[in-house]
Design a protein around this ligand. Structure first.
Ligand SMILES: *Cc1c(COP(=O)(O)O)cnc(C)c1O
Length: 353
């Protein structure tokens, strides 16, 4: 039997600036004061590839990693010891509790149900989430007196900030409740702040911070601008170059019509790759330091750009998506989180810049 032929490299790539990623972690770690920064690597490392991200961050000195699903453990486990991987969704059934016990990965227990399930499975070191005011996952404050909790061996006792990216009273309210949590619930370490929470100052840092977005170049609050560097660089190849006559219509529903002779490039990227239709007529790409606009509607696999001013750009050349996160968010109406986690499976994810 012959081996199946290896597929040629993708005409879509997502370059990861490993140095910028490591530098962002160091910045967030030092901004965390006496606390240590961990890393949220859920959703495949915010779309950048969890295994690669975990490898880079481990080398930078990061020790604590957070994923959401049990299915996300395997990628991180390649570079991180199991006891330093926390699964935010916790054990939904005995299979998940059993998987945690077999691998040594630590569940974040989010309810008394999950606490019982964990203890029934044999228990062991775990983390605990308490809801201090976003009504999402976590034990209610009123449940903290439950005697079952005394049976737990809690490493990290955590809560999550709902509005740390805004200057609102809710931040102080959650901080106040979290200090009650710290008095009531025994744990080795306490953790409250996400990326934005780090910028709220020392009071929010506790022992461990949990940045996600800012590691990957997102500016969660203005204080992070100028300190956090971009990390993700999506690029697409030109599949075909065409010339247009005045009156020629471009793309689905003819949202653009040429009013002069033009030269266009058809790029191997579309909404199925997370380059959503909101970029139709609005997105920009760069080649050799010059920017060109998207023409007409983004389709599933293809996007058309104006190459009239770039006569040197040819079939097979690579164009970078203009993807400065705060600016792309303002232009597209998508959040910085969505811009990263949307980037699809057809991108080849590469380290290096
Ligand atoms: C996603 C997540 C984080 C990271 O949040 P960012 O805003 O991306 O920094 C931290 N903690 C929990 C519980 C999360 O779900």
């Amino acid at each position: 039997m012959t081996d199946a032929p290896v597929a040629p490299p993708s005409s879509l790539r997502l370059r990861l600036d490993a140095d910028a990623l490591a530098a962002n972690w160091r910045t967030l770690d030092s901004m965390s004061g006496t606390a240590t920064a961990g890393a949220a690597v859920k959703a495949d490392g915010y779309g950048l590839g969890a295994a690669r991200v975990a490898e880079v961050l481990t080398k930078a000195g990061c020790q604590d990693f957070f994923v959401a699903h049990w299915s996300e453990v395997a990628d991180v486990l390649r570079h991180v010891p199991p006891s330093r991987i926390a699964v935010l969704h916790g054990p939904l059934n005995s299979d998940e509790a059993g998987f945690a016990r077999q691998t040594g990965v630590r569940p974040v227990l989010n309810s008394l149900e999950q606490v019982r399930r964990w203890l029934a499975s044999g228990g062991g070191p775990c983390h605990l989430m308490v809801d201090t005011g976003m009504s999402r996952l976590g034990l209610a404050m009123a449940e903290l007196g439950n005697p079952l909790l005394a049976k737990l061996d809690v490493d990290i006792c955590m809560s999550h900030l709902a509005s740390a990216d805004e200057n609102v009273n809710q931040n102080g309210e959650q901080l106040g409740r979290f200090s009650q949590v710290r008095e009531t619930m025994k744990a080795r370490r306490y953790s409250l702040a996400n990326s934005a929470g780090i910028a709220l100052g020392n009071a929010y840092h506790a022992d461990l911070t949990r940045p996600g977005l800012a590691l990957y170049g997102g500016i969660a609050r203005p204080e992070l601008a100028g300190r956090i560097m971009p990390v993700a660089y999506p690029e697409a190849a030109v599949l075909q170059v065409r010339t247009l006559e005045p009156g020629d219509k471009v793309g689905y529903n003819a949202l653009f019509t040429a009013d002069r002779p033009m030269r266009t490039g058809i790029l191997a990227i579309g909404y199925a790759d997370g380059y959503l239709r909101c970029w139709s007529g609005k997105g920009r790409f760069a080649f050799g330091g010059r920017e060109v606009p998207v023409l007409g509607r983004v389709s599933m696999d293809l996007t058309i750009v104006d190459l009239t001013e770039l006569p040197e750009c040819r079939e097979g050349d690579w164009l970078s998506v203009i993807y400065d996160l705060p600016q792309a968010s303002a232009t597209s109406g998508l959040s910085q989180y969505e811009l990263l986690t949307l980037l699809g499976r057809r991108f080849s994810r590469q380290i290096g810049i």
